[in-house]
Design a protein around this ligand. Structure first.
Ligand SMILES: Cc1cc2nc3c(=O)[nH]c(=O)nc-3n(C[C@H](O)[C@H](O)[C@H](O)COP(=O)(O)OP(=O)(O)OC[C@H]3O[C@@H](n4cnc5c(N)ncnc54)[C@H](O)[C@@H]3O)c2cc1C
Length: 380
C-alpha cells in the first residue's frame, strides 16, 4: 500500500521506498537487513483490523468561516478539527504539493496548515513523517495526522502503542492515483494549452457553489478553469489507481483506523431537505472513537454541525463501507503506458474543455470577496 510503516520501523534503515514503473512507491530492502522482521510485524497487510466497539456518530458539517470553506475540498472539516485540536506546538501532518509530486509534511500550529488543505488525488509519499510524529509524541507534545486509511493504519502500527496526544483522521478514499501518470498529464495539458503548466489545483471553488471536478491550471501567463481534465478523466475511470486500491482496498469498512473519518457529504439535500439551495458543499465527519467525538463536539463554535445516521453515510457515500468496481482496463492501460505514455493517455482521455469566460463568469471572479462572504452568510 506504500504506507511506509516498514520503512519507518526499520532499525538499521535498510529499507527505501522506490517507485515502480507505474509510479507507485514500494519498499526495497538492501543487504544491510538484519532479518529482525520488524517490517513484517508493522505491515498493515499482515495484520487483522481491530474491532471497534465504539458507537460511531456522523455529522454533516460546514465551516462558518468563508475563507476556510473556500480553501477546502468539501466543508472544511480538516481545518476546523485541527483548529480545535492543535496548539502552537502541535505537529500537523498532511499531504502537500512539492511541484507536481505529493508528499506528507509536518507543520507546527494551525496558522501554517494552508498547504495541507484540499485533496490532491495523487498517491502521497509519507517520507519521514511517521518518525517525526513519534519523536514529537515522545516529547509529550500533541500531533495530528490526516491521510488515506491505509496510511493512518500504517502510522498506528508503526507507533505500536496508543498515544492520548495523537489525533488521527482518515478519509473515505476512492483510491490513490499514479504520480507518474499525473506528471505525464501535466506535460500533455501544457501542450494542449500551448504553455507549460506551473501549478495545478483540484476541486477549485470559483463561485459560492462548488463545481465538481473543476481544476485550476496555471500556465506561465494565464489561469485556466477546466472541468474533468485529462488526469481527472483517468482518475475517475479507475484505470490509474494503485493495485491495492479500487476493488482491493481492505479499508472499505465501517471499522476505521482513524479517530475520525472525513469525506464529502453526499446526499446532503436529500437527508436535510431544508438545505436545498445551499450555496456550499459540506463535509461528513464520522467519530470512530471517544477522542474523536470529544473533538467534534467542540466544533460547533466554528462549524455548522448536523447529526445524521451511519446508515445514510453508507447509503449516499458507499465507499465508506463497500468495495468499488474494478477497472477491467487497468492492467492494459499501464502495459501501454509504460511503453508509450503520451499516446496511451491521449487515446484514453478526451481533449481539454477549457471553460469559456463569459461576462457573468468574469464578474463572479472579479466580485470582491467581502460580497461573496455576504452571499455565503445568507444561506449557510
Ligand atoms: C486520494 C483521495 C481520494 C478521496 N476519495 C474520496 C471519495 O471517494 N469520497 C469522498 O467522500 N471523499 C473522498 N476523499 C476525501 C475528500 O476529497 C476530502 O478530502 C474530504 O471531504 C475532506 O475535505 P475537507 O474540506 O474537510 O478538508 P481539506 O482541507 O480538503 O483537507 C483534506 C485532507 O486530505 C489530506 N490529503 C489531501 N490529499 C491527500 C493525498 N493524496 N493522500 C493523503 N491525504 C491527502 C490532506 O492532508 C488534508 O489533511 C478523497 C481524498 C483523497 C486524498
Amino acid at each position: 500500500m506504500g504506507c511506509s510503516a516498514c520503512y519507518s520501523a526499520c532499525p538499521v534503515h535498510c529499507i527505501t521506498m522506490v517507485p515502480d514503473r507505474e509510479g507507485f512507491l514500494y519498499p526495497e530492502a538492501s543487504d544491510v537487513c538484519i532479518e529482525c522482521k520488524l517490517c513484517e510485524k508493522v505491515c498493515p497487510l499482515n495484520n487483522e483490523k481491530k474491532d471497534n466497539s465504539y458507537s460511531q456518530k456522523a455529522y454533516a458539517a460546514v465551516a462558518k468561516d468563508y475563507t476556510i470553506w473556500h480553501r477546502s475540498a468539501s466543508g472544511g472539516a480538516f481545518s476546523e478539527i485541527v483548529r480545535h485540536w492543535a496548539d502552537e506546538e502541535t505537529l500537523i501532518v498532511g499531504a502537500a504539493w512539492d511541484g507536481f509530486k505529493v508528499h506528507h509534511v509536518g507543520v507546527l500550529g494551525f496558522e501554517n496548515i494552508a498547504p495541507l488543505c484540499k485533496s490532491k488525488y495523487v498517491s502521497s509519499a509519507i517520507e519521514d513523517t511517521f518518525i517525526d510524529i513519534r519523536k514529537h509524541l515522545r516529547l509529550g507534545k500533541k500531533a495530528v495526522f490526516c491521510g488515506c486509511p491505509c496510511q493512518v493504519d500504517g502510522l498506528r502500527r508503526f507507533l505500536v502503542k496508543e498515544y492520548e496526544n495523537l489525533l488521527t483522521i482518515d478519509l473515505i478514499c476512492h483510491g490513490q492515483g499514479s504520480p507518474l501518470v499525473f506528471q505525464e498529464c501535466m506535460k500533455i495539458i501544457g501542450e494542449q494549452l500551448g504553455e507549460e503548466v506551473v501549478s495545478y489545483e483540484f476541486r477549485t471553488k470559483r463561485k459560492v457553489v462548488e463545481e465538481d471536478y473543476l481544476s485550476k491550471i496555471t500556465t506561465k501567463s494565464r489561469t485556466h478553469y477546466v472541468t474533468k481534465d485529462t488526469y481527472q478523466q483517468l482518475f475517475l475511470s479507475q484505470d490509474i489507481l494503485r493495485p491495492a486500491c479500487g476493488d482491493n482496498c481492505k479499508y472499505r469498512d465501517i471499522r476505521r483506523p482513524g479517530d475520525l473519518t472525513i469525506a464529502d457529504c453526499r446526499g446532503l439535500t436529500t437527508i436535510f431537505p431544508d438545505l436545498r439551495g445551499s450555496k456550499k458543499n459540506y463535509s461528513t465527519i464520522v467519530c470512530n472513537t471517544e477522542k474523536g467525538n470529544r473533538v467534534t463536539e467542540n466544533l460547533s463554535d466554528t462549524m455548522i454541525l448536523r447529526e445524521y445516521s451511519l446508515e445514510d453515510v453508507i447509503k449516499y457515500n458507499p465507499l465508506f463501507a463497500r468495495q468499488t468496481w474494478a477497472s477491467k482496463e487497468r492492467d492494459l492501460f499501464f502495459k501501454n503506458f509504460i511503453d508509450a505514455p503520451y499516446e496511451t493517455i491521449c487515446k484514453k482521455a478526451k481533449p481539454l474543455v477549457v471553460k469559456k469566460m463569459n461576462m457573468v463568469t468574469i464578474l463572479k471572479i472579479l466580485l470582491p470577496s467581502p460580497l461573496l462572504k455576504i452571499l455565503y452568510k445568507i444561506k449557510v
